[in-house]
Design a protein around this ligand. Structure first.
Ligand code: FAD
Ligand code: NAD
Length: 473
C-alpha cells in the first residue's frame, strides 16, 4: 500500500477529470486514475468525449460542412469555386491535432491544480482502496473518498458484431480513410445522424436503418418532423421500423439483412456503422462483495447526489443513470467534489440541454409538447421560423424554427425546442431562463440584438401570447 489520498477518481473523461480538478481546487489531495491509451500507446486524458466522442465528431462535422458549403451554398453569394476537392487525410489529421491539443490540455490542468495522474486500470477492492494495474506494476492506494467515472462503451449487436474493418462502431466511423461509396448505419440516434451527415456530405450514399417507427421519439415531434424533412432533402435515406437480422462481411462489402412491414430485404454497403446506443462501462471495476450496487441495466446505482450504496464512494457521468452527455457528467463531477468538501451541491436534471449537431442543428431543453399533452399539463406554444428573421436571410440559412412551451396559467417556460443554424448556441439563453424559472413574458420583455438569430427566440416568446411582430399570429 502506498499513498493516502483524500479522493481518488477512477476515469478521466469529462465527468472524472472535472471532478478531480474541482476536488483539488477545494484543497483535497486528489489522484485520478485512467487507462486510456492513444494509437501510440501513450496515456490520453479526456475519456470518450475528447478522444473519440464529442470533439473529434464535431471536428469532422465542421470540415464536412465547410466542404458542403463550398460545393452547394456559396453560389447564391456570387462565389463560384471550380474543382474543390476534399483531402480526407488532411481532415483526419486536423481532427487528431485538435484531440491532441485538448487531451494534453487536461494534463496541463492536472499539473496546474496538483491532481496526481496515474495511468492504469483502477479497481475498487475495498471502500477506501483502489488497486491500480498498468504495464509496469500493480499498486494499491488508500483513499478517504472514491469517485467512479468509468463512462460507457458502444453496444454491440449480436446480429452484426464489430469486426473493426467493415462493421464498426462510432470510433471506426471517425476514421474512414475515404468516404465509403455506400455507407449503412444501424440506429438513427444522435451518433447515426451526426456521423451519417459527415460521410453523406463527403459523398457517401448513406442508408440509416432504425428499429423504431418514429424518428427521434424523445424530441418534440414537430421539430423531429422538420428534421426528417431536412435529412431527406440532404439525401439521408432513413428507413424506420426496420429489424436488422444479420450482417455478412465479404472482402470488400457487407450485406445487411433486415425486415420491415414490407418483408425481408438485403442491403449491400461498403461499410456498416452500428450506433444503437451505449452501455455503462464497469469491466473489472468492482471487487466482488465490495458493496457497490448496479441496477438492472448495469449502471452504478446512485441517489440524487451521486452517492453509491457504499458510504464515501460516489459515481458520476455515463456510468450512472440520466442522459449520456459530457456536460451532465461534468456537472455531477463538480457537485460530488463540493459534497466531499462539505459544501452543498445540486444538479438540476430537469434543465439539461441536448444538442444534435446535424445541419440544421437540433437543440432542446425541458419538456416536449407530446410529453405535456400526455401529462395533461396546460400549456401555450409560441413558434417562430428563422425564415422570418433578417439575419437568417442574410446568412442564407433559413431552415427551422424556435418553439417555446409555457405553462398556460403561470407562463413558466416548460420546454424550448430549436431546429436551425446555431441552435447549439441559442439554447444557452433559454437554459439560463429556465434555471431562473423564467416566464415566456420574461424573454419577451428582454431586448435582443438586431439582426441576430436570437430574435427568433424573442419572437417565439412573444408568440406564446400571440403577439409576435414579424409574423401573423
Ligand atoms: P468517458 O468519457 O467514457 O470517460 C471514462 C474514462 O474512464 C475513459 O477514459 C476510460 O478509459 C476510463 N476508464 C474506464 N474504466 C476504467 C478503470 N477501471 N480504470 C481506469 N480508467 C477507466 N456528449 C455531449 O455532451 N456532446 C456531444 O457532442 C457528444 N458527442 C459524442 C459523439 C460520439 C461519437 C460519442 C461516442 C459520444 C458523444 N457524446 C457527446 C457523449 C460523451 O462523450 C459522453 O457522455 C461522455 O464522454 C461521458 O463522460 P464520462 O466521463 O462519464 O465517461
Ligand atoms: P442513441 O440512443 O442516441 O440512438 C440509438 C438509436 O438506435 C435509437 O434510435 C434506437 O431506437 C436505435 N436502435 C437500437 N437498437 C436498434 C437495432 N437493433 N436496430 C436498429 N436501430 C436500433 O445512441 P447512439 O446514437 O449510439 O449514441 C449514444 C449516446 O451517446 C447518445 O444517446 C448520447 O447520449 C451520446 N451522444 C451525444 C451526442 C450529442 O450530445 N450531440 C452525440 C453523440 C452521442
Amino acid at each position: 500500500m502506498s499513498q493516502l489520498y483524500d479522493v481518488v477518481v477512477v476515469g478521466a473523461g469529462p465527468a472524472g477529470y472535472v471532478a478531480a480538478i474541482r476536488c483539488a481546487q477545494l484543497g483535497l489531495n486528489t489522484a485520478c486514475v485512467d487507462q486510456w491509451t492513444d494509437n501510440n500507446g501513450k496515456p490520453s486524458l479526456g475519456g470518450t468525449c475528447l478522444n473519440v466522442g464529442c470533439i473529434p465528431s464535431k471536428a469532422l462535422l465542421d470540415s464536412s460542412a465547410q466542404y458542403h458549403r463550398v460545393q452547394h451554398q456559396l453560389q447564391s453569394h456570387g462565389i463560384h469555386i471550380e474543382g474543390a476537392t476534399m483531402d480526407i487525410a488532411a481532415m483526419l489529421a486536423r481532427k487528431e491535432k485538435i484531440v491532441s491539443a485538448l487531451t494534453k490540455g487536461i494534463e496541463g490542468l492536472f499539473k496546474h491544480n496538483k491532481v496526481t495522474f496515474i495511468h492504469g486500470h483502477g479497481r475498487l477492492v475495498a471502500k477506501d482502496q483502489i488497486k491500480i494495474t498498468n504495464q509496469q506494476n500493480e499498486d494499491t492506494v488508500q483513499t478517504a473518498n472514491v469517485v467512479l467515472a468509468t463512462g460507457s462503451a458502444p453496444i454491440e449487436l449480436a446480429v452484426a458484431p464489430f469486426d473493426d474493418k467493415h462493421i464498426v462502431d462510432s470510433t471506426g466511423a471517425l476514421n474512414f480513410k475515404q468516404p465509403p461509396k455506400r455507407l449503412g448505419v444501424v440506429g438513427a440516434g444522435v451518433i447515426g445522424l451526426e456521423l451519417g451527415s459527415v460521410w453523406s456530405r463527403l459523398g457517401s450514399k448513406v442508408v440509416i436503418l432504425e428499429a423504431l417507427p418514429t424518428l427521434l421519439p424523445t424530441v418534440d415531434q414537430q421539430i423531429a418532423k422538420d428534421a426528417a424533412r431536412q435529412f431527406k432533402q440532404q439525401g439521408l435515406d432513413i428507413r424506420l421500423g426496420t429489424n436488422v437480422t444479420g450482417a455478412k462481411s465479404t472482402a470488400d462489402s457487407v450485406t445487411v439483412s433486415y425486415a420491415d412491414n414490407d418483408g425481408e430485404h438485403k442491403l449491400k454497403v461498403d461499410r456498416l456503422v452500428v450506433a444503437v446506443g451505449r452501455r455503462p462501462y464497469t469491466e473489472n471495476l468492482l471487487e466482488p462483495g465490495v458493496g457497490v450496487d448496479l441496477d438492472e441495466r448495469g449502471f452504478i446505482r446512485v441517489d440524487e447526489q451521486c452517492r453509491t450504496s457504499v458510504p464515501g464512494v460516489y459515481a458520476v457521468g455515463d456510468v450512472v443513470r440520466g442522459p449520456m452527455l459530457a456536460h451532465k457528467g461534468s456537472e455531477e463531477g463538480i457537485a460530488v467534489a463540493e459534497l466531499i468538501a462539505g459544501q452543498s451541491a445540486h444538479v438540476n436534471y430537469d434543465v439539461i440541454p441536448w444538442v444534435i449537431y446535424t445541419h440544421p442543428e437540433i437543440a432542446w431543453v425541458g419538456r416536449a409538447e407530446q410529453d405535456l399533452q400526455k401529462a395533461e399539463i396546460p400549456y401555450s406554444a409560441g413558434v417562430f421560423p428563422f425564415a422570418a428573421t433578417g439575419r437568417a436571410l442574410a446568412v442564407d440559412d433559413t431552415a427551422g424554427r424556435v418553439k417555446i412551451l409555457a405553462h398556460k396559467h403561470t407562463d413558466e417556460i416548460l420546454g424550448v425546442h430549436i431546429i436551425g443554424s446555431q441552435a447549439s448556441e441559442l439554447i444557452a439563453e433559454v437554459v439560463i431562463a429556465m434555471e431562473f424559472t423564467a416566464s415566456a413574458e420574461d424573454i419577451a420583455r428582454t431586448v435582443h440584438a438586431h439582426p441576430t438569430l436570437s430574435e427568433a427566440v424573442h419572437e417565439a416568446a412573444l408568440a406564446v401570447h400571440k403577439r409576435a411582430i414579424h409574423r401573423a399570429n
